[in-house]
Design a protein around this ligand. Structure first.
Ligand SMILES: Cc1cc2nc3c(=O)[nH]c(=O)nc-3n(C[C@H](O)[C@H](O)[C@H](O)COP(=O)(O)OP(=O)(O)OC[C@H]3O[C@@H](n4cnc5c(N)ncnc54)[C@H](O)[C@@H]3O)c2cc1C
Length: 430
């Protein structure tokens, strides 16, 4: 099987940098024999490990991650989540699928929320009510269609006019927005730290532990630097890096996207960042920009995308600075203090993968830009599948399966052609 080569990000996560230092767990050393090995301590792997322990408390579990907790994509994202999900372009044509997925989203979201509350995880989880902001004709038409479909689906929402948006988030950049009330914001690095640090202590967690190779001479054998793990069952919760083990090479690509958090603003600048204590704006186009308030005196922007590798740091910083200044010209002097990239596992049709790959080998991933709730749900359900609990036919039916992607070099060429077209279409939503 292929050797794994985990991407090292160009810059640390800004979310993690805002938190106090945390001491990582020790890298794994020596020979180990366990019932369950979970590879990847993001939302998916952590949920799988927790649920495995709930359902099989006597089964020993080892959770390993190549990096340190908070520095993977689970600590690099924008921190938007909710108990329902719908595509950027919600129409009558996909409303049926959205309604089908809803109970699964609710299951993942409320299970996660309960863990956060039970363990007192201080990740700023707040029901902020997120706005999809429209800056173009296309964006406005999409949110008006989405609003009509949400009326039919019975989702609480309303159109927010430009003046109100301007007051809420201190920018006249958007023409209007679609406020979806049941939406939450959180500090993602604080969440993933809290999820890992509050796992039952019977679960052995090792950071700085890259699984280099896997084979199945009888049981599964995972080879790491200076260590091996023999396991009855393995969860590959490595998201985009699943391809390095030879799986899903024709179903997923790693796309990188980028975020920045401003420096702490002076009180007179912070006073000009909107009347709402918590706010977040999502784009109506996949090449669009996400923004949010981070604390009382910082803002965050997330935008730009690249294929199977990171953009140059100076290109990212310049791009995100332009995006920030276009929205808040009165804050043009404010610097972006933390600028970083993160990976998402993109699938062509937006469907994640979930289930059994091989005897004793399970995996889930491909949550595109919605892994907080979806990764949690899929990790939880993987553990149930592995231990013979529950009926999962509805899950597979609701989410579908990732569609086929053409091989290289056609895939790369296709990606760039589509990305160019979509960037043009997104216009000022970028
Ligand atoms: C900038 C950005 C903004 C985003 N915004 C949002 C958002 O607002 N809301 C949302 O829901 N989602 C968002 N996402 C997506 C979200 O971050 C992902 O969907 C989520 O992190 C997926 O979780 P995961 O556990 O499946 O994978 P990851 O978080 O990628 O975790 C996989 C882990 O596997 C480890 N690993 C990989 N290979 C190996 C190996 N060989 N050995 C050991 N360990 C290995 C990695 O170190 C990593 O920690 C965003 C993503 C980015 C990059």
């Amino acid at each position: 099987m292929t050797r794994s080569k985990v991407h090292e990000f160009n810059a640390p996560s800004g979310w993690n940098a805002l938190l106090p230092p945390r001491r990582p767990t020790e890298p794994i050393r020596g020979k180990h024999r366990v019932k369950y090995a979970v590879v990847g301590a993001g939302y998916t792997g952590t949920a799988a490990a927790r649920r495995l322990h709930e359902l099989d408390p006597a089964g020993d579990i080892m959770l390993v991650d190549a990096g340190t907790v908070g520095e993977g994509s689970s600590g690099r994202n924008s921190g938007f989540t909710r108990p329902l999900e719908f595509p950027m372009e919600l129409t009558r044509a996909n409303a049926g699928k959205v309604a089908k997925i809803k109970p699964f989203y609710e299951e993942g979201f409320y299970w996660l929320k309960d863990i956060v509350e039970r363990h007192g995880i201080d990740c700023g989880l707040v029901r902020a009510g997120v706005i999809r902001g429209a800056a173009t004709d296309l964006g406005e038409s999409r949110i008006r269609t989405a609003s009509a479909v949400m009326d039919e689906l019975g989702y609480e929402h309303r159109i927010v006019p430009r003046e109100e948006l301007n007051d809420r988030v201190a920018t006249a950049y958007y023409r209007c927005g679609l406020l979806v009330t049941d939406s939450y914001l959180l500090q993602p690095a604080a969440l993933i730290r809290g999820l890992v640090d509050n796992l039952p202590r019977e679960i052995a967690v090792h950071e700085g532990s890259t699984v280099r190779r896997m084979s199945r001479p009888g049981k599964w054998v995972l080879e790491l630097d200076g260590a091996t793990i023999e396991a009855d069952q393995v969860v590959l919760a490595t998201n985009a890096y699943v391809k390095h083990f030879g799986y899903l090479v024709d179903r997923t690509v790693a796309t990188y996207t980028y975020a920045a958090i401003t420096e702490a603003m002076a009180p007179e600048d912070a006073a000009r960042t909107g009347s709402m204590t918590h706010w977040g704006i999502l784009p109506p186009h996949k090449m669009g920009t996400t923004c949010r308030r981070v604390s009382e005196n910082r803002l965050m922007v997330r935008s730009l995308a690249s294929y199977e590798g990171e953009l140059r740091p100076d290109v990212v910083k310049a791009g995100l600075t332009d995006i920030f200044r276009a929205r808040w010209p009165h804050l043009a002097h404010v610097k972006l203090e933390h600028v970083w990239g993160g990976a998402t596992a993109f699938t062509m049709n937006g469907s994640p993968w979930w289930g059994k790959f091989d005897e004793g080998l399970f995996s889930a991933g491909g949550c595109n830009g919605a892994g907080i709730t979806k990764g949690t749900l899929l990790g939880k359900r993987l553990a149930e599948l592995m231990t013979g609990h529950g009926d999962h036919s509805g899950l597979a039916d609701a989410f579908g399966e990732p569609s086929w992607l053409a091989p290289e070099p056609f895939r790369r060429i296709g990606y760039h052609v589509i990305a160019r077209k979509e960037r043009k279409l997104a216009g000022a939503e970028r």
